[in-house]
Each structure stands twice: as C-alpha cells, then as structure tokens.
Design a protein around this ligand. Structure first.
Ligand code: SF4
Length: 614
C-alpha cells in the first residue's frame, strides 16, 4: 500500500463500453513516481510503433501525482498520449482542480482507449462509472459543453474536461479544456479525445488523499509556501502573471514578430501587463489552493470586442497571437484567443499557423480567399482563419488546420523555409537566435519544439549557470545545462507540479513533501535520476515512432536568417553550431552519434528492457 497514492488506475475501453480498476503497480511508483513518469511507462508498454494517434489503441491518460489533491502548493493535472501533431510522445499539463478531483474520486489516473460508437462522455463519481450519450453535445463549444453537462448531472461542482468543435474534427492542435479557463493546450490531446468520439470527462470525488506523516507534511508545505514568498520570480508572477514576460522578451530580442522574422515589437507594452491591466484585468485568480495566484479574471471593457470575458492573456498567447501577427491591440488579441479557447484549439499553434499563412500570402506562396486581405496586422483576417480552420470551411482552412509542418509540405516550393516548428510542434514564443542553449533545448525537447523542457533564457542572459560562466552566443558548454534542466523538469513533472511553483520551491522541499506524503525517504537527487530515466524512455519511444537525429533540428529561419534586430542582431544558429551542440548533447546524455541511448546508459537507468531486441 503506497500512501499518497490511491493505488487504483481506472481503465476505460470505449469500444467495449467496459471499465476495470487495476492496482497501480509498485514498479510504476518506485521508478516513475507519477504524472509524466506514469504516462511515459504506460505509453511505452502499451503502444506498438504502428499505433497511429487516432487509432483505437492509442491511450488518452489523465494522470495525477503523489502530491495531487494534498495541501502541497502549485500542483496540476497531466494528459499523456501519442500526439497527432508530432506522431511522438505528448505530455500536456492543466491547472484548475480536475487533477485533484480525479484523486478524490479514488484514482491515480484515468486511462482511456477504444472509440465510442457514438458521441459520448464519461461520468465518474467515485466508483460509479458511466459512459453517457453526448450526441446532443456534439457541435458545442468547450464552455457550453461544460455548462450543459453540469445541468444534466444537476451538479455545479462536478469538474469537467471537454473538447470543442476543433477536437471533434480532429484538428491536430486541438486542446482539452479543463473547467472554464485551464487547458491541456499543446500537441493535440483534444484531437485524440475527438477521435475516440469522447466529448468530455466529468469527475466528482468525495474521498480524501492520505499522507503518511501529516505533521511532517504540513511543515514541508509551510516551507514550500515560504520559499514561494521569498522568490522574486514568483512575486512578479503574482503581480502580472506571465504577461510581464512580453517586455522582457522584447528587450532581449526574443519576441516573435511577423512570423519570427523579427525579435522585437515596437508596441510590445500594449500587449504586456500594462496593456492587459488597462484594458482587461479585474482581479486575480488561482488554481485550486495555489498561493501564487498568477492568473487574472477580466473582461474587454472598450471598443469593438467590448464584453468578452477573458482570463489573463498568457505570454505565449499574447506573443503568438499579438506581436507575431503584428496586432498591437490586446482587446483584439483577447478576442482571438477566446475564439481558440471556445473552439478548443491551442492558441500558440493557431497563432503560429496564422503567422505562417500571412507571410506565405504576402510572399505569393498561397492566395488569399476572396474578400480577405490576408496580411500581418489584419485582425479580421486572423479571425477569418480561426473560423475557417475550426469549421473546415474551405480549402485554405482545411490546409492550415493540418498544422504548420503539414501545411508547408502540402504547399511545397519554399514555404518550408517559413514554417516555424520542431518535430511538427509549432514553435513557442522564444526565438533562440542569440541564445544557443535555448536553441538546443528546442531541438531536443521530447514533445517537439517546447520551451518548457529546459528553459535556459534567464541563465544565458545572466551569463551563468550553476557557477559555470556562459556565453549565450557560443554553442559550447550548453549540453550539460540543457540535459540537467530537462532531467529536472521531467523528474518534477512526476509530481505534476506547476512550472511556476518550481521557480520558488527547492528540490529539497519537493523531496521533503514527497517523503512525508509517501512514507519513503527520497533525496533531492531523485528528481534528476527519475527525470533522466523518463527522458531516455521517452527517447526510445520516440525513436520507435520513426523520429531520428535529423529531426533534432530548428526551423530553417533560425538557421539561415540572422536576427535583424535586438541585442542578438546579426546572429543565427548555424548548421555547424547545431551539429556541434547536438553531438555534445548526445555525448553528455550517453547516447551514440545518432542520438540513440547506449546500452550502458539504459542499464544504468534500469530501463535496459526497452531495447527492441530484449
Ligand atoms: S502558479 Fe498559476 S498556473 Fe501555476 S498552479 Fe498557481 S495559479 Fe495555477
């Protein structure tokens, strides 16, 4: 019996309309702790390389960690599946309270396979599991589906994950909306849900999460909260969420402008915390029990989009739907992001796709639809494309809804030069020209180009990591930092923690929380060790899906075009620098020159069973 776990995994087969509750294996908790670790192991064990993302055999997993549902601050929930956008491993995180509710219902995770014969939703109330008809919900947007299910269940306190119309149409960058304003946004988990004819998962739990040593756990929680209070980064998040990063990225020349052609935007402050505070915010809000309260509630108060209720516009959405499209009015950006949220499309990928389309049209690679002036800065054109993609309305909407990688392949010619993605995942809003470590992190991130798998920006700009001096422009000496940050991120994602919490909470305190909760003694090093194990397991999974060293790369723009503005002006990540960083990284990780983990590395990590020939 593992305390802090429910020791139950709920397996649901939509094809057979059956479910079973299996014990959470000790081997899973011992070597993989929870969350991302559970997802990596279960996906690796369950999927064969020819399992396509939309096949019945693909798993859609809602996972928790041992601290989920406890008093530990800044915890979230996690979705793991095989991504339809990249064809490789996907882990995507969501805030709010659904993760905790899954634990209260008695499960460490909900694992869904199969495909319902007709639109359905899953209703879980403790041990009551029901697959309900959702035919009447098909075609509704995310928030409407949430509202209707609550009404149907006659319970406003049920926590619900829904997809919108985009997920129903299997648009590969569809998200899962958890409650009203928290999304598992990246990589297309919503499309996998749609492929299973699954409109929603509704959960209500009435149980409690036990911890082994409540007194020690309470003390560790108090330490965690104190660490959060002392952190300047957390303080900034409490004041202005991630919106404050807009001006920071702009000053550093990392802010995408016009499909990443530029790294600065003269009107950045309009879409940053200044503009958001003036035009949108009314108060702060938080995920369940989080003392950071990085989020906002608000509404557009003036102008054409007056009346739209909105959350904070997070940095990534503000940048990719704002500066990237040359749109300086945060009210218009709020409108576009809200449309994405309602349709259930990732606003990051959507912004990048629209930026690609605007540049492609300006360069004559695609034609604008009749009556649409498809150029940067045109809010109406951006809105048109969101509707066209979500509703599959015309050939351009259908083309772009495939994601930027596939759209460029379909268009052909030179459009691939302006397609901003790595492994199919549209680039995040941190252009890496001028900070080579971030380039390496994007090249090697396990779910495709992602800034949250080793965020090096602040270390590189301060020219120091872990007492090592750093030259942000040099390709040398970046591998150790990137691998370490990736391992730590993967290791602490087993707790399903919020990344912002880890700005303040130390590894020692995470280990104390974990030890007090489970009754086992964990050293702070457990996160690096477990993270490295997960990273290598996911690498083996991704290689088996057809990924290889050639896909550890950057969008061609970052390689071929020097940055024209900002402090990094004149810099790019050359092919030579990419090759150098890759080989240094592979060596640091104990992989061969093709990026394949060596047998001795897998053995050291106790995952040598993942070799296909063993
Ligand atoms: S820091 Fe923000 S996103 Fe993270 S758990 Fe707290 S409120 Fe949620």
């Amino acid at each position: 019996m593992n305390e802090a776990y429910t020791n139950n995994l709920l397996m649901i087969d939509l094809s057979r309309k059956t479910h079973e509750i299996l014990p959470t294996p000790d081997a899973l908790t011992e070597d993989f702790i929870g969350g991302k670790g559970f997802g990596a192991k279960l996906l690796f064990d369950s999927l064969s390389p020819d399992t396509t993302p939309f096949s019945e055999d693909n798993l859609l997993m809602f996972l928790t960690g041992p601290l989920t549902g406890t008093m530990a601050p800044a915890m979230r929930g996690c979705v793991v599946t095989k991504s339809p956008l990249t064809g490789i491993f996907l882990d995507s995180y969501f805030g709010g309270s659904l993760g905790a509710e899954i634990k209260y219902a008695g499960y460490d995770g909900i694992i869904i396979k199969g495909c319902a014969k007709k639109p359905s939703y899953i209703w879980i109330c403790d041990s009551h599991i029901e697959i309900c008809d959702a035919t009447h919900l098909w075609g509704t947007h995310t928030l409407e589906a949430n509202r209707l299910i609550k009404k149907e269940l006659k319970d406003d306190t049920v926590k619900i994950a829904t997809i919108g119309q985009a997920g129903e149409k299997k648009i590969p960058f569809s998200l899962i909306c958890c409650e009203y304003n928290r999304q598992a946004g990246r990589g297309g988990a919503g499309a996998v849900m749609g492929s299973k004819n699954l409109k929603a998962v509704a959960v209500k739990g009435t149980g409690l999460v036990r911890v082994h040593d409540p007194a020690a756990f309470k003390k560790a929680c108090q330490t965690a909260v104190k660490e959060l209070e002392k952190s300047a980064d957390v303080d900034a998040l409490r004041l202005a969420g991630t919106a404050s990063a807009v001006e920071f990225a702009n000053e550093a020349g990392l802010l995408p402008h016009k499909n990443y052609q530029f790294g600065t935007f003269a009107k950045a402050s309009n879409i940053a915390d200044n503009g958001q505070s003036k035009h949108l915010w009314l108060g702060s809000s938080a995920c369940m029990g989080c003392p950071i309260r990085c989020s906002k509630i608000g509404a557009v108060r003036t102008g054409k989009y007056k009346g739209i209720v909105t959350d904070i516009i997070e940095y990534e959405s503000a940048a990719l739907m704002g500066s990237n499209l040359d749109i300086p009015d945060i009210r218009a950006v709020a409108h576009l992001v809200k449309l994405c949220d309602l349709y259930g499309m990732d606003s990051m990928s959507t912004g990048t796709v629209i930026g690609f389309a605007m540049e492609a049209c300006e360069k004559g690679m695609i034609a604008a639809p009749d009556g649409i002036d498809l150029k940067f800065g045109n809010v109406d054109a951006a809105e048109y494309l969101i509707h066209a993609m979500a509703n599959q309305e015309n050939s351009l909407g259908i083309l772009l809804s495939k994601g930027v990688r596939q759209a460029a392949l379909d268009i052909g010619n030179t459009s691939e030069k302006i397609a901003m993605h790595t492994k199919g995942l549209e680039s995040p809003a941190w252009g890496p020209r001028g900070i080579s470590g971030m380039a390496l992190a994007l090249m090697t991130a396990d779910r495709g180009g992602c800034h949250q798998r080793g965020f090096t920006v602040s270390y590189e700009l301060s020219k120091e990591w872990n007492n090592h001096p750093l030259d942000p422009l040099s390709p040398e000496g970046k591998a150790l930092m990137v691998a370490h940050l990736q391992n730590y991120s993967a290791g602490t994602d087993t707790l399903v923690k919020c990344d912002f919490g880890s700005f303040g909470i130390s590894k020692e305190t995470y280990a104390r929380l974990l030890s007090a909760a489970t009754g086992k003694t964990y050293s702070p090093d457990v996160f690096i060790e477990t993270g490295e194990r997960i990273w290598n397991l996911v690498r083996m999974f991704n290689l088996a899906q057809g990924m290889d060293a050639s896909t550890d790369t950057l969008p061609r723009r970052f390689v071929e075009e020097p940055l024209p503005d900002g402090p990094g002006k004149g810099h790019r990540i050359s092919k030579k620098d990419m090759a150098y960083m890759k080989q240094e990284y592979y060596k640091t990780r104990g992989w061969d020159e093709n990026g394949v983990p060596l047998d001795k590395t897998l053995k050291r990590l106790r995952i040598d069973y993942v070799r296909p020939d063993q």
